[in-house]
Design a protein around this ligand. Structure first.
Ligand SMILES: Nc1ncnc2c1ncn2[C@@H]1O[C@H](COP(=O)(O)OP(=O)(O)OP(=O)(O)O)[C@@H](O)[C@H]1O
Ligand SMILES: [Mg+2]
Length: 377
């Protein structure tokens, strides 16, 4: 059998994606050298963006596998190298696609990414659990999804989504780790150990800006932001940094509905942001005989939606009600969100239903500002 040409080997390598960037390694300038001897033994050098790339074993394995699948290849030797400054700069340039540094792609008028900021009147209502599960359910529906854990004081998203490796930094560009099909970035990833972060407004704003501008998100359909509880600096920052971000309000049946609605509504009015709707969490507990025990009362979600509708003057729907479900908490604790670990349980069904509603409105320009200014004649 004749040995394959270098051309054929490169074609095979074009089928290998960088596990973080999700583009063929041949396009990213990562294939440094590939050669084959008369006995069909291939030697290839793959250049990593940084030496400490957490996914280098995956990359090495994928490369080996792709080359061994080529007819006539008898052995493969993968050497991992590291890009030099010049090569890294070229890669960064290519990934940014000519976009200026520190620009937030989601804030650009033509952006097709739907940005949802998940907010709540107070803590502990399940905002992070809802964010994590909606993200995973949307990814399951085939959308490209990213999550920013903007709850700088109580970051919990990485654990809930099951992210178990740190982001890779390519100079000033950050590659977000991924789990359950979702790209995740959190301030928790930049704080050693479990130290509490004491950051003031301007620092929060800068951190958020960095998460949005310096992280290589790629082309996303949906970006979810888990906001800290209550109204505050971060919500205002989000509005400034991504004017097109829309708000999803999470509440429990028990919450002083009017109060929650008023606060959320006043922010939205001030910042001219659209409220997508209200999600009620911890709505009831399904008993073994099928009856519902309304542990925290009932009607809070609908009340918040009704008051919000009055305050902002447009119809704000109740997007769904999520029952109490032990498997939701367990899934969050083990990094295996309930929409995947128990999709047919009470919370799994409710969350997937809400995600389905969001998925159908994903990625579209309808009702969005086009960033055009009428010209006077
Ligand atoms: N529907 C539910 N069924 C069972 N447990 C739930 C449900 N929703 C949330 N929980 C649990 O309640 C706790 C609080 O949830 P979560 O951390 O998502 O709330 P949060 O609003 O983000 O809180 P914080 O204000 O601290 O950020 C978690 O332990 C979570 O697992
Ligand atoms: Mg939280």
């Amino acid at each position: 059998m004749s040995v394959p040409t270098t051309e054929t080997l490169l074609q095979a390598l074009a089928g290998v994606e960088d596990p973080e960037i999700h583009r063929p390694i041949t396009e990213l300038g990562m294939v440094d050298n590939v050669s084959i001897d008369d006995a069909g033994r291939v030697a290839v050098t793959i250049l990593l963006t940084v030496a400490a790339c957490p996914l280098k074993d995956t990359l090495s394995r994928d490369t080996d596998k792709a080359l061994r699948a080529v007819d006539g290849v008898t052995d493969v030797d993968v050497t991992l190298g590291v890009m030099n400054d010049e090569q890294r700069a070229a890669l960064k340039q290519q990934l940014r696609g000519g976009q200026a540094e520190r620009e937030i792609p989601f804030a650009k008028p033509g952006s097709l990414t739907r940005v949802y900021a998940v907010a709540s009147g107070k803590g502990g209502v399940g905002k992070s659990s809802v964010t994590a599960n909606l993200a995973v359910a949307l990814a399951d529906a085939g959308l490209r999804v990213g999550v920013v854990d903007a709850d700088i004081y109580g970051f919990s998203i990485p654990r809930m989504i099951g992210v178990d490796y740190p982001p890779t930094q390519v100079d000033d560009m950050i590659m977000p780790p991924e789990s359950n099909g979702v790209k995740v970035i959190s301030v928790g990833m930049f704080v050693p150990g479990n130290q509490p972060v004491v950051w003031r407004g301007p620092m929060l704003h800068r951190a958020l800006q960095q998460f949005l501008a310096d992280v290589f998100w790629g082309d996303l359909d949906v970006l979810l932001l888990d906001l800290p509880p209550g109204t505050g600096d971060v919500a205002i920052s989000v509005a400034q940094l991504i004017p097109g971000a829309e708000i999803i309000v999470v509440t429990t049946p028990q919450q002083a509905a009017a109060e929650v609605a008023e606060r959320a509504g006043s922010i939205a009015t001030q910042t001219h942001q659209r409220i997508v709707g209200v999600i009620e969490n911890m709505s009831w507990l399904e008993l073994p005989d099928g009856t519902r025990q309304e542990i925290f009362g009932s009607g809070g979600g609908q009340q918040v939606a009704d008051s919000l509708s009055r305050i902002v003057g447009t119809d704000i729907p109740l997007l769904g009600q999520i029952p109490l479900d032990v498997s939701l908490r367990e899934g969050s604790d083990t990094g295996s969100p309930v929409v995947n670990s128990n999709p047919d349980g009470p919370a799994g069904v409710a969350l997937r239903g809400i995600a389905k509603g969001l998925a159908t409105r994903a990625r579209g320009l309808a009702g969005r500002k086009l960033g055009l200014t009428p010209q006077s004649r």
